[in-house]
Design a protein around this ligand. Structure first.
Ligand code: UD1
Ligand code: MG
Length: 451
């Protein structure tokens, strides 16, 4: 933890038109969480750390996301999109409080880590006025180039304004900067808009700092940490980087994955010890997997808690609100939603269990459906412990099935079943002796066998 106070200003007012989407750019997800949420999580937090987010005038959804994630953040609106320096000054009121360090971060750069923010701030405590995050770009096209003079950072030149020689430089501006808080406002206010786009460029801070006789430094990082997202293709690239990190972290934590490159995780997925994930599993947000559980191939899980030693899939779909007790088993082609299945419950084949509670060690037969929806509202199915639900049963909610109760196969259960009762709901079976033989004779009477 850095002892200096900090203000982080996150710029998220961009229109993101190149995403070709109704959704604001910074709300697009990677690893199950918005771009903005990744940035906000990496930003300094705790005592002495404040946060300001600059958003566009019609970005209510972005404001809501900020409030959800960091209720302590101040939100500022940039009414006209006049450039990155103009955007930072939308938060003038917060900057004027003179934090020790002012960090400026782009909301569309989700792969950045908290450790990098610390590295970037370090030179400020040694007297630098500005610290700029730089990286070596594989393809520098479009990025601002860092111009060094005698090994010292002298200026940043935007691609559009760069000479042919300057465009050869591969050391680029990541967009993240840290200013000495007592000098920040003075520097930012000197930035003008005399460039090819007529925008107030944050990058001009570097030349201003040099002209003021102050020091600007570069801190280098890896390209993968500072990928900015302007297009869906870049979104997919960032997702790939994030998935690789999450898989590596899961492997390091002891998760067994036979083909990790086929497993998709979320940033908030948590694993116990000795968990196994088979190939082609998708884990969405809000999933916890306890010790010894196995997730078999082709399963899809969202907001689900998997108990110790439980088994899921192959081909299972666990929807939000699913909780599986220790040793529970969910088999192939089973869907669950808002369902609490206690320890040892088995739902092994072809079932839908929604808005339900199932007591310990109950066995739910193949093809059982909880009929939870009447076209208007959802209703609950409560099943006790040690019960047995025969195959192909329809449990029409609201309905209760007692502890130890037994439901005959094929039943449509509409009334509560008491503890240890047996309920069977089906038409009597008729037997006609020799009926099959007579039927075959009737059908083949006028027909010669083919061929
Ligand atoms: C910017 C940098 C460039 C750097 C690159 C790294 C400037 C002038 N250029 O270029 O040197 O190499 O990022 O990705 O800083 N924004 C606002 N309001 C505005 C303009 C922008 O909030 O008026 C926000 C955007 O939402 C975005 C960020 O600022 O999050 C960067 O803007 P963008 O237009 O993407 O800048 P680049 O051209 O990528
Ligand atoms: Mg950009």
């Amino acid at each position: 933890m850095n002892a200096r106070s900090s203000l982080t200003v996150v710029l998220a007012a961009g229109e993101g038109t190149r995403m070709r989407s109704q959704l604001a750019k910074v709300l697009h997800p990677i690893a199950g969480q918005s771009l903005l949420s990744h940035v906000l999580q990496a930003a300094p937090k705790g005592a002495g750390a404040s946060l300001a987010v600059v958003i566009g005038p019609d970005h209510q959804a972005v404001a809501d996301e900020v409030k959800r994630l960091r209720p302590d953040a101040s939100i500022f609106i940039q009414r006209e999109r006049l450039g990155t320096a103009h955007a930072v000054l939308a938060a003038r009121e917060a900057i004027a409080r003179r934090p020790d360090d002012l960090l400026v971060v782009f909301g569309d750069t989700p792969l950045i880590s908290a450790a990098t923010f610390d590295r970037l701030r370090a030179p400020l405590s040694e007297g630098a006025a500005l610290s700029v995050l730089g990286f070596r770009a594989t393809d520098p096209t479009g990025y601002g180039r860092l111009l060094l003079e005698g090994g010292r950072l002298a200026a940043i030149r935007e691609h559009a304004d760069a000479s042919a020689a300057e465009r050869e430089i591969d050391l680029c501006n990541a967009g993240v900067m840290a200013f000495a808080g007592d000098k920040a406002l003075g520097i930012l206010e000197k930035i003008g808009n005399a460039n090819s786009k007529g925008e107030y460029y944050l990058v001009d801070a570097v030349a201003i700092v040099r002209d003021m006789g102050l020091e600007a430094v570069v801190i280098e990082t890896d390209e993968d940490e500072v990928r900015g997202i302007n297009t869906k293709a870049q979104l997919a690239e960032a997702e790939a980087v994030m998935q690789a990190r999450l898989r590596q972290a899961a492997l390091d934590a002891g998760v067994t994955m036979i083909a990790p490159e086929t497993v998709f995780l979320s940033a908030d997925t948590t694993f116990g010890k000795d968990v196994t994930i088979e190939p082609f599993v998708v884990i969405g947000p809000g999933v916890t997997v306890a010790d010894g559980a196995v997730i078999h191939s082709f399963s899809h899980l969202v907001q689900a808690a998997i108990g110790k030693g439980a088994s899921v899939g192959p081909y299972a779909r666990l929807r939000p609100g699913t909780s599986l007790g220790d040793g529970a088993r969910i088999g192939n082609f089973v869907e669950t939603k808002a369902a609490r299945l206690e320890a040892g419950v088995k739902v092994n084949h072809l079932s839908y269990i929604g808005d339900a509670e199932v007591g310990a060690n109950t066995n739910i037969g193949a093809g059982t459906i909880t009929c939870n929806y009447d076209g208007f509202s959802k209703h609950k199915t409560m099943i006790g412990k040690g019960a047995f639900v025969g195959t192909n049963s329809s449990l029409v909610a609201p309905v209760k099935i007692g502890n130890g109760a037994y439901i005959g196969s094929g039943s449509v259960i509409t009334k509560d079943v008491p503890d240890d009762a047996m309920a069977v709901e089906r038409s009597p079976q008729s037997i006609r002796e020799g009926g099959a033989t007579r039927y075959r004779e009737l059908k083949t009477k006028d027909k010669k066998p083919k061929g």
